[in-house]
Design a protein. Structure first.
Length: 68
């Protein structure tokens, strides 16, 4: 699924960025271009980032963290 149509950023890319240490929408913007144009994707990107960060601790032991 596309999160940011303007920059063609997918859910998979956002989750991978979170697993690689990005912790904010600002960091996603700098790394992937999320929310750089119209910013309609910022809320969705933030939710994905937050959900992935929350699940990493609990789920990492069980199945390797969040997956797209």
């Amino acid at each position: 699924m596309y999160v940011c149509i303007c920059q063609a950023v997918t859910e998979r890319q956002v989750l991978e960025a979170a697993r690689n240490g990005l912790r904010s929408v600002k960091a996603l913007k700098e790394h992937l271009g999320v929310a750089a144009d119209c910013a309609k994707c910022a809320r969705c990107a933030h939710r994905l980032l937050r959900d992935c960060l929350e699940c990493q601790g609990d789920a990492e032991e069980a199945h390797g963290g969040c997956t797209p």
